[in-house]
Design a protein around this ligand. Structure first.
Ligand code: AMP
Length: 121
């Protein structure tokens, strides 16, 4: 999608520090980390927010979904594993909309860890 920051990162127009990628998802380091490990996970295809994931996941007539929500969750865990925090624990957060503090309107998980997060929000 035009003028979408994370679409530009997916397309390589804006650089990022890649952590993990496959044909559907990309994980890269947050530019303003809130914990020792702070990785963002995005679907390559544009989905504005978690609210739109259900429609994107719907399989019409047996066709592949635009974005597979289960595969996205599995990828988040792979990112935690690749970051060495699967066992120590982490937080996977999705901000949605204005009250949720979503600044970038392209669905993304924050994967935070590498330290005791306590009450960090
Ligand atoms: P949210 O507030 O949930 O939409 O999160 C957006 C996140 O994107 C914030 O944590 C920002 O620090 C992060 N961010 C913004 N621009 C970049 C960028 N160019 N590369 C990596 N992370 C970014």
């Amino acid at each position: 999608m035009e003028n979408c920051l994370f679409c530009k990162i997916v397309q390589g127009e804006i650089p990022c520090e890649k952590v993990l990628e496959d044909s559907d998802f990309l994980a890269f380091k947050d530019i303003n980390p809130k914990a020792r490990v702070h990785v963002l996970v995005v679907p390559r295809k544009h989905v504005s927010s978690l609210n739109e994931l259900e429609a994107a996941t719907a399989k019409e007539g047996g066709a592949s979904p635009e974005v597979d929500g289960q595969a996205l969750l599995d990828f988040v865990v792979r990112v935690a594993r690749a970051s060495g925090i699967e066992e120590s624990g982490y937080r996977a957060i999705v901000n949605v909309g204005p009250h949720g503090g979503q600044e970038v309107p392209h669905l993304h998980f924050h994967v935070l860890g590498g330290e005791d997060l306590g009450d960090l929000r």
